[in-house]
Design a binder for this molecule. Structure first.
Ligand code: SAH
Ligand code: SF4
Ligand code: F3S
Length: 492
C-alpha cells in the first residue's frame, strides 16, 4: 500500500442491514481511490453509519462523534460523514450539526446511493453537505458496487423497509415502507457470489416473510418460492435469512426449509414477549399460543431446528405476571440463543406515549433473570453437543492456528487446524463444552491438507483512536496545547 493513498474508516452501528450498507459505502469510497484503515488518526474520511434502535446506541454514537473533535483540530482536512438510521430523523440531524459543527456530510438511509455525489461536492466546493430525504430510487441501491468484508459470508438485500409498526420500534420511521427486490436480480446476485466462492448467503429484510417480488414472467413471487428457487442453485453453500416475523412465517416456508438442501435449520424468530396483553400492545399480531404452535410445527417438520429470539423486557405496563409468561415461552422453546433488551423509549413511536412506563431498576432485574435462565438453557444445550460430529463451515482463523466455524444451527465452534481451511466445510467432532462455548476437533485432518489458501476479506476492527501509545501521546499533547491556547485567548 502506498502512503499517498487516501484512507477511509467506516464505523458501523446496529444491525446486519447496516453492516451490509457499509459495504456499499466502502464500494463508493474505493471507487474514489480510498483504501481502508483501522483508526481515525490515519483516516482522510471517517463515516459513521448510525443506528437508532435504542437510546444506548445513540449515546454511544454521540460520544464517538465527540471524540473526533481533537483529531479534526489536528487534521482539519479530514472529512467526517454521518449517515444511517439516526441521521434519517431530521431532529437528530439538526442536533448533530448544531453540537458537532465539524461534521462535513450528513445524510440518511434513503439516499445512500447519492453518497458519491455528496462526497465529490464536499471535496470540490469545501462546503458542508446535508441531505435528508424521504424517497429514493431503491433500484440504484441494488446496482451499487459492494466491497464485501464479511469473510465467507455475503449479505443480500431482498427487501427494504418495514410496514409493521410494532409500537416500540423506530425502524418503519427511518427505513420507510416495504419494497421487495425483483426475484431475478436476487438470484443473479446470489449465483455470482457462489461463483466467487462465498459459502454462506444471508438474505436480509426486516420481515423477510412478507417478501413479495416479481418473477421475470411478471408473476408474483412469495418468500417460500424465492427460497425454493435459490435452493436449486447447485453449489456447496448455506442459505440463511433474517428476520422472520412470527405473524407471517407460513407453513409453506417451513415445508421448503424442511425439504431443502441448502437452507439452514437455525431460524431467528423474535418473540419479544410471552404475554398476550403485551403482544397486543406491541402490535405484534400473534398470541403466545399462536407462537408456541408455530414453534411446534417447526420442530415437528424440522426435527433438528434450532431457534433464536429477541426479547424486550420492561415494555410499558409489563407486570411480573406478564414477564413470567415470557419466561414460560423461553423454557418451552429452549432457544439456542436469546438477545434480551431493556425497553427503550423511541421518539415518535406509539409506545413512547403509553402510561405505566416500567422503572429502570425493575427492567434491569428482569433482564438479569432472563439472562440467567438463558444461560442455563444454552449451557445445557452446549453440553448435549459433546461427542457428536457436525458439518462445520470454517469462517476465520487466528494466528495460532485456532479455527472458528459455524454449525448449520448458527452455533460457533473453535478447533485447531490450518488456515487454508477457511472457506471450506469440514466434519468436526465436539470434544468439550465450557459453559456455552464449544470446542472440537477435525475428524479427517488428512483431507484438509489439500485445501488452498483463499482470499476472503474480513472486517477490520475499527477504532476511533489508534492503538499505539506514541500517537495517543501526540494527540494528548495536541489537546493540552490547544487548551492552553484557548485559555490564553479567553483571558485576553
Ligand atoms: N425486524 C426485526 C428486528 C428489528 S430490531 C424484527 O422484527 O424482529 C432488532 C430488535 O431490537 C427487535 O427484535 C427488538 O427486540 C429490539 N428493539 C426494537 N426496538 C426496541 C426498543 N424501542 N427498545 C428495546 N428493544 C428494541
Ligand atoms: Fe421493528 Fe416490528 Fe418492523 Fe421488526 S417488524 S423492524 S420490530 S416494526
Ligand atoms: Fe438500527 Fe437501523 Fe438496523 S435503527 S437496528 S441500524 S435498521
Amino acid at each position: 500500500m502506498d502512503n499517498l493513498d487516501k484512507k477511509y474508516l467506516i464505523l458501523t452501528y446496529g444491525c446486519q442491514m447496516n453492516v451490509h450498507e457499509s459495504e456499499k459505502l466502502a464500494g463508493i469510497l474505493e471507487n474514489n481511490g480510498y483504501v481502508s484503515c483501522d483508526n481515525a488518526v490515519d483516516a482522510d474520511i471517517v463515516v459513521f453509519n448510525t443506528c437508532a434502535i435504542r437510546e444506548s446506541a445513540e449515546q454511544k454514537i454521540f460520544g464517538n462523534i465527540g471524540e473526533l473533535k481533537n483529531i479534526k483540530v489536528a487534521k482539519p482536512n479530514m472529512i467526517i460523514a454521518i449517515c444511517g438510521c439516526m441521521s434519517q430523523q431530521k431532529n437528530y440531524a439538526e442536533e448533530i450539526l448544531r453540537k458537532y459543527p465539524y461534521v462535513d456530510i450528513i445524510f440518511g438511509t434513503h439516499n445512500l446511493s447519492k453518497f458519491d455525489e455528496m462526497l465529490k461536492s464536499r471535496i470540490s466546493t469545501g462546503k458542508k453537505v446535508s441531505s435528508i430525504v424521504e424517497d429514493e430510487n431503491i433500484e440504484l441501491r441494488d446496482e451499487m458496487k459492494i466491497s464485501r468484508t464479511s469473510g465467507v459470508n455475503a449479505w443480500v438485500n431482498i427487501m427494504y423497509g418495514c410496514n409493521n409498526f410494532c409500537t416500540y420500534c423506530i425502524v418503519p420511521y427511518v427505513r420507510g415502507r416495504e419494497i421487495s427486490r425483483p426475484e431475478d436480480s436476487i438470484i443473479f446476485e446470489v449465483e455470482n457470489l457462489l461463483k466467487q466462492g462465498y459459502k454462506q448467503i444471508t438474505l436480509l429484510g426486516q420481515n423477510v416473510n412478507s417478501y413479495k417480488g416479481v418473477a421475470r414472467n411478471g408473476k408474483e413471487v412469495s418468500f417460500a418460492k424465492l427460497l425454493s428457487d435459490l435452493d436449486e442453485l447447485n453449489y456447496e453453500y448455506r442459505l440463511r435469512f433474517m428476520t422472520s416475523h412470527p405473524k407471517d412465517l407460513s407453513s409453506d416456508v417451513i415445508d421448503v426449509i424442511a425439504n431443502s438442501k441448502h437452507i439452514c435449520h437455525g431460524i431467528h424468530l423474535p418473540v419479544q414477549s410471552g404475554s398476550d396483553k403485551i403482544l397486543a400492545s406491541m402490535n405484534r399480531k400473534y398470541t403466545k399460543e399462536k407462537y408456541l404452535k408455530l414453534v411446534n410445527e417447526i420442530k415437528k417438520k424440522i426435527p433438528d431446528a434450532e431457534l433464536t429470539t429477541d426479547i424486550i423486557v420492561g415494555f410499558p405496563d409489563e407486570t411480573d405476571e406478564d414477564f413470567e409468561e415470557t419466561l414460560d415461552v423461553v423454557r418451552k422453546t429452549e432457544y439456542l440463543q436469546i438477545f434480551g433488551f431493556l425497553y427503550s423509549k423511541r421518539k415518535g413511536t406509539v409506545a413512547e406515549k403509553m402510561d405505566k412506563q416500567v422503572d429502570l431498576k425493575i427492567k434491569k432485574e428482569r433482564l438479569s433473570k432472563l439472562l440467567a435462565i438463558k444461560n442455563e438453557i444454552v449451557n445445557k444445550k452446549s453440553a448435549e453437543l459433546v461427542g457428536k460430529t457436525y458439518r462445520v463451515l470454517v469462517e476465520s482463523a487466528s494466528k495460532d492456528d485456532t479455527l472458528y466455524g459455524s454449525l448449520d444451527s448458527g452455533k460457533t465452534i473453535s478447533f485447531n487446524g490450518n488456515k487454508n481451511c477457511v472457506g471450506e466445510f469440514v466434519d468436526v467432532k465436539v470434544t468439550m463444552a465450557r459453559k456455552s462455548v464449544i470446542y472440537g476437533e477435525i475428524v479427517n485432518e488428512e483431507e484438509t491438507r489439500l485445501f488452498k489458501e483463499k482470499n476472503f476479506k474480513l472486517p477490520i476492527e475499527c477504532s476511533i483512536l489508534p492503538k499505539d501509545q506514541k500517537t495517543m501521546k501526540i494527540l494528548r499533547e495536541n489537546k493540552s496545547n490547544k487548551k492552553q491556547a484557548d485559555d490564553k485567548n479567553s483571558k485576553k
